[in-house]
Design a protein. Structure first.
Length: 257
């Protein structure tokens, strides 16, 4: 019943948005080239689906995203678990991270192209940079919040340090790491599209640039909508993964407390 109510709320919100959009179009203040109507955008979306362009670009973007995001998460979690325990080492590395973290991944693009060439790699590297720091910092912060009682009990039972990270610290800190996964996902998806706009010949970002160059604002808006939907589905996939892991480890979700 709750799911049905949530769907009703979502449908109502989308309906209000479309009505307001159509109302602005009907005022006549904007030409169709500047603000196409919802119906024109729907027709453009159908055209993208029929000619296969949409699914081809989504496939390419997801390929780049999955490789870049999964690589960043894997490395960031491993480093975060280790550095979270090595306090002195982290104090040395922390200033370096804090200097590099605010730099936009797009700012590195000229060097990325020189180092990795043209193709999928520049977009993958941009995604990696965008996702790495949020997961690293959230993991380190989560490790520091692990209750010392857990660690003391583990030592009393003779659990070795290597197993301590995987069997005690990681499960205990996972709910906080999950926040970093969500933040990193949103950031990585945004910069994936930006990276494809700058230096790619395929993908959802390129779809928007190509539509803009063709003066097809209806396709631009259709591409924007599909980017938003894809990002939403990816976020739901991460949430589903998080709940499965928490259920397997017997972790009570903080949302349910």
């Amino acid at each position: 019943m709750t799911k049905i109510k949530n769907l009703i709320y979502v449908a109502a919100g989308l309906a209000i948005l479309v009505i307001l959009w159509e109302a602005v179009v009907l005022t006549g203040r904007y030409e169709a080239s500047l603000l196409p109507s919802p119906l024109d955008v729907l027709k453009a979306a159908v055209q993208l689906i029929k000619n296969g362009t949409l699914f081809s670009d989504i496939k390419v973007s997801l390929y780049r995203f999955i490789i870049g995001y999964s690589s960043a998460v894997t490395l960031a979690v491993i480093l975060g678990l280790v550095l979270g325990r090595l306090t002195r080492t982290w104090k040395i590395i922390d200033p370096i991270v804090q200097v590099l973290r605010p730099v936009s991944p797009i700012a590195w693009f000229p060097f990325i192209v020189l180092w990795f060439g043209i193709g999928d790699m520049p977009a993958i590297v941009i995604i990696f940079i965008a996702a790495f720091y949020p997961v690293l910092l959230s993991t380190i912060s989560a490790v520091k919040k692990v209750d010392e009682i857990y660690l003391k009990v583990a030592r009393d039972f003779g659990i070795r340090k290597t197993n301590l990270l995987t069997r005690i610290i990681f499960p205990a800190s996972f709910p906080y790491i999950a926040n970093g996964l969500h933040i990193a996902l949103g950031s990585a998806w945004v910069f994936l599209v930006a990276g494809e706009m700058v230096g790619a010949q395929s993908g959802l970002g390129y779809l928007i640039i190509d539509a803009r160059n063709s003066l097809r604002s209806d396709m631009v808006l259709a591409g924007i909508i599909f980017i938003g939907i894809s990002g939403l589905l990816l976020d739901r996939a991460i949430r589903f993964f998080e709940k499965r892991v928490e259920k397997r480890w017997g972790i009570v979700s903080r949302e349910g407390i």
